[in-house]
Design a protein around this ligand. Structure first.
Ligand code: URA
Length: 195
């Protein structure tokens, strides 16, 4: 392993023990980022979902499967990307046997920014892609409207790009809107590949 890969592994260990906010209490485990420590592109989502919380890996549930399909269509190899989340623990509300996703609040995002900053400092990606408003807000330090600001954006020193979160596509009730938005998402990822 390279020294940076070693440092990323050590960071994952630290994230596993995170107690920076109360979200660790109800979650199964923390979900750190995954991917090569020298990845040129980092993708940042919101927080692990139900499947990710159980697996301990980012983007393995329904949103992750949609992301995988879109990445492949855009010519991006998931194995060469670093995938992580703005918040490392699953926030949910129990409803019967189900665990319903809850959006992390500003304080939780802020507490977890500590880890995201450290992932960015180690991996030093050429481009950081925010999937959705929570990631874009965490990375830019202000509220971001994905509809209005979709596309290139700088995150401090880093070159960034804002696009939708794959869960947004899953929630669209209308089949034709879903297909259209999926095409736009693939087109954004195609731009990311060329940036
Ligand atoms: N949604 C996210 O934002 N991240 C994941 O890892 C899974 C779903």
């Amino acid at each position: 392993m390279t020294p940076v890969a070693d440092a990323v592994s050590a960071l994952k260990e630290e994230i596993a023990h995170c107690r920076r906010c109360p979200l660790h209490c109800a979650a199964t485990q923390a979900v750190p980022g995954e991917g090569p420590a020298d990845a040129a592109i980092m993708l940042v989502g919101e927080q692990p979902g139900d499947a990710e919380d159980l697996a301990g890996r980012p983007f393995v549930g329904p949103a992750g499967q949609l992301l995988d399909r879109a990445l492949a269509e855009a010519g991006l190899d998931r194995d060469r990307l670093y995938l992580t989340n703005a918040v490392k623990h699953f926030k949910y509300e129990p409803r019967g046997k189900r665990r319903i996703h809850q959006k992390p609040n500003a304080g939780e995002v802020q507490s977890c920014k500590w880890w995201l900053n450290r992932e960015i400092a180690l991996v030093r990606p050429r481009l950081i892609v925010a999937l959705g408003a929570t990631a874009a807000g965490a990375l830019s330090g202000r509220a971001v409207s994905v509809t209005k600001e979709r596309g290139p954006m700088s995150f401090g020193e880093a070159q960034g790009f804002v696009t939708v979160h794959p869960s947004f596509l899953l929630r669209l009730p209308d089949e034709s809107a879903r297909e259209r938005e999926y095409r736009n998402f693939v087109s954004d990822l195609g731009r990311v590949r060329k940036e």
